[in-house]
Ligand binder design. Structure first.
Ligand code: NAD
Length: 368
């Protein structure tokens, strides 16, 4: 069974869907792995690395896709830069990040083809699926990189330093939203020696935030911010008012703010207004990880840096791609585990449609 790993064509995408360390396990499952020439290079995986692991390298796109049964891509198939991936994809299963609501035209193109499409971002957030959860593996690294980027842009040091020339005060970091990305941002900021505070509408996060050594910014309210499924929900207007007041006071004292607040299926809530930004310290930095979904700051522009009255607001495009060696490895492992989940006696024959992980991720089921 032929499994194909194309080179990503999306601008700024350095990741690759399968890394060499996954190839031996894929081969054991019965796959012949074909990798497009230089597909892994932007993540520092060479053609030689893939060959040593047992994969074959294809330099011609037509050959690569010919008789493919499974295609693993980070980004959804596209028609970009004179490469029309829809033309090559025939009678196969595609595993990718699809975001059908956001990228409707590509989704409609895929729907016309004789293919099955598994949108990996739809993996259920249940314990059994943790090892296949691409959102978690990629968000974790984004949370880390957001803090590293902020530290390198900031004109002060992060840790407390007692020197003979005087004391360097530690940076003050606020993390808004303590999900997967937020918790890793807290841990990273702590490791760099800053004083960290964090806030989330889900009260369950208080313990997690405190266990990482950060201060939880508490809002006095009886309202639960959590759905039965453990996700955040949109809060009432009275809660939002209390939150805004507390944030306004807290933000004035911060040097770095990392925002990650999302409510599934909704536009990101605006938590930092222009007025709040204007009261922040000169030289402070906001890294808005929610920028792809509209942003948590009123002034955020996706894929841009805005300087507003000496406060820098960054809306990063694709942070996971900037640590592509690790993010690709984790993505690849997630994919491997997902394929393994459909194996019988260690061999892959087809996707097991009786399994909820397969059912929930399969958004197009046209394959005949
Ligand atoms: P997310 O990216 O959807 O949201 C990020 C955080 O923003 C969440 O913690 C959310 O509560 C918070 N938030 C939303 N609105 C806010 C507001 N107005 N103010 C402040 N914070 C706000 O979340 P995520 O990182 O994907 O994780 C969400 C939940 O799913 C967590 O409980 C996590 O532990 C759980 N989870 C479970 C699994 C699994 O079991 N497989 C995997 C990953 C995550």
């Amino acid at each position: 069974m032929k499994l194909v790993v194309p080179k990503e064509i999306t601008i700024g995408e350095n990741r690759v869907g399968v890394t060499p360390d996954s190839v031996p396990s894929l081969r054991k499952m019965g796959f012949n792995v074909f990798v497009e020439s230089d597909a892994g290079l932007a993540s520092s995986f060479t053609n030689e690395d893939y060959k040593k692991a047992g994969a074959k390298i294809s330099s011609k796109t037509n050959d690569l896709y010919k008789n493919a049964k499974v295609v693993v891509k980070i980004q959804r198939p596209q028609n970009l830069n004179k490469i029309n991936e829809f033309k090559h994809i025939k009678q196969c299963s595609i595993l990718s990040l699809v975001y059908e609501q956001k990228f409707k035209s590509e989704f409609l193109n895929l729907k016309k083809l004789n293919v099955n499409v598994f949108a990996l971002e739809k993996m259920p957030r249940i314990s059994r699926a943790q090892s296949m959860d691409v959102l978690s593996s990629q968000s974790n690294l984004s949370g880390y990189k957001a803090v590293i980027d902020a530290a390198s842009m900031f004109n002060k040091a992060f840790p407390l330093m007692m020197t003979s020339a005087g004391t360097v005060a530690p940076a003050k970091v606020l993390v808004i939203g303590a999900g997967v990305a937020g918790l890793q941002a807290i841990a990273t900021a702590k490791r760099l020696g800053s004083v960290v505070s964090a806030f989330d509408v889900r009260s369950a996060t208080k313990e997690q935030v405190e266990s990482l050594g950060a201060k939880f910014v508490n809002i006095e309210s009886n309202e639960s911010g959590e759905t039965a499924g453990g996700y955040a929900k949109e809060m009432s207007s009275s809660y939002k008012k209390k939150q805004a007041k507390l944030l306004e006071d807290t933000l004035k004292k911060m040097d770095i703010v990392i925002t990650t607040a999302l409510v599934p299926g909704k536009k990101a809530p605006i938590l930092i207004t222009k007025k709040m930004v204007e009261q922040m310290k000169v030289g402070s930095i906001i890294i808005d990880l929610a920028s792809e979904f509209g942003g948590n700051c009123e002034l955020t522009k996706h894929n841009a840096e805005v300087l507003h009255k000496s406060v820098k607001i960054v809306g990063p495009l694709n942070l996971a791609s900037t640590v592509s060696q690790d993010s690709s490895r984790l993505f690849s492992k997630n994919v491997l585990n997902f394929l393994m989940n459909s194996c019988e006696s260690g061999k892959f024959k087809d996707f097991n449609f009786n399994d909820e992980l397969v059912k929930d991720t399969c958004i197009i089921n046209n394959l005949k």
